[in-house]
Design a protein around this ligand. Structure first.
Ligand code: MTE
Length: 329
């Protein structure tokens, strides 16, 4: 696995250093110098000095630059340093392409051009958008969000995209709509699933769901980019959900369909193991997963590569209580 390679595997030539990694490190470092952002992890100090250096093949998977996107100041500081892109783009869950974290190479088989997203169900104005429609019609912004997987690893990711409620305003859900189902791309010819024998019997396509009220929340976001570029395929190109107060599995990747419905929809993980993966799936340190505690989280980064994960306490709603607590009161 790329992630558990010896440090020297990352220490490539200057020409393979990605602009993004250096950009983020410098930006956050300058900020820390002026006293902001208490609590930043110091994980990158230590044996592997060249923490932003990326494998050349991995660098080739990154998307195209997305210029002129403004950083939303309300989400400019996640209280931790953004995860270096080389880690975020090589430690992924995308089960359509395999059961390991190291799926970035196999995910390159995902066909993303052309791409359409059908918005349908209980709405006044159903639409099928292509990617250009989406990025022209909805103003793009950058938001730096915490990301917390149900498996207890965490990152900080600078997404580019637009609020989900902008899309809701365009299609106008009817009063009968109470839930929303999101469906990911699936084609057994290119998404083989994990290599274990029962992959075909898994509940494909990958689906997720929110309540309409959750989708209308300030935080709920569709990402079309990350680290200043269009989404790499391993992150769920060309468009994925980001709901940072919930466990990462709620953020379906490579979305092809959004459907407003009256009843709570069946979803992928909740169908597979309802006692382990709840529909609501909010980040809650006190509520243990049946097989592990959620009280702490491990930061993906340099320490992961060094086999010594840095641990931090988990925060209720992943730190976004001021935005979402009222939804669950
Ligand atoms: N979406 C699809 N279609 N397939 C998946 O396997 N995995 C989920 C979520 N979205 C997944 C998915 C899980 S478990 C997590 S933690 C996040 O994607 C991981 O996002 P990342 O790889 O971009 O960090």
């Amino acid at each position: 696995m790329a992630f558990f390679r010896a440090c020297s595997g990352w220490q490539l030539s200057e020409s393979q250093v990605t602009a993004e990694g250096v950009f983020w490190q410098r930006r956050r470092f300058l900020k820390s110098l002026i006293g902001a952002g208490a609590g930043f992890a110091a994980a990158s100090a230590g044996a592997c000095q060249q923490s932003t250096i990326m494998d050349g093949d991995l660098a080739n998977t990154l998307g195209k630059p997305l210029g002129g996107v403004r950083l939303n100041q309300a989400f400019a500081d996640a209280g931790r340093q953004p995860t270096a892109q080389k880690y975020a783009s090589s430690y992924n869950n995308f089960y359509e392409f395999g059961g390991s974290k190291n799926i970035w190479a196999s995910a390159q088989a995902l066909p993303t051009d052309p791409w359409t997203v059908e918005v349908t169900g209980l709405v006044k104005y159903p639409q099928t958008y292509d990617l250009d429609d989406l990025t022209r019609r909805f103003a793009l912004e950058e938001r730096i969000y915490r990301f917390r997987c149900v498996e207890a690893w965490a990152m900080v990711v600078p997404w580019i995209g637009f609020p989900m409620r902008a899309l809701m305003a365009a299609v106008e859900p009817t009063s009968a709509a109470r839930y929303v189902r999101f469906t990911s791309f699936y084609d057994p010819a290119v998404t083989p699933g994990p290599s274990f024998g029962f992959a075909r019997s898994l509940p494909w396509p990958y689906t997720e769901g929110l309540t309409v009220a959750e989708m209308a929340n300030d935080l709920a976001f569709f990402a079309v980019g990350v680290y200043g570029r269009t989404l790499p395929k391993q992150h769920g190109a060309p468009i994925r959900m980001v709901v940072p107060w919930k466990y990462g599995f709620k953020g379906a990747k490579s979305i092809v369909k959004i459907e407003f419905v009256a009843q709570q929809p069946a979803t992928y993980w909740n169908t597979l193991a309802p006692n382990e993966y709840k529909f609501e799936a909010n980040v809650e340190p006190e509520v243990s997963h049946p097989r592990w505690s959620q009280a702490k989280e491990r930061l993906v980064g340099e320490s992961t590569a060094l086999f010594s994960w840095e641990e931090q306490p988990t925060v209720i709603y992943n730190g976004y209580g001021e935005y979402v607590a009222a939804l669950y009161g």
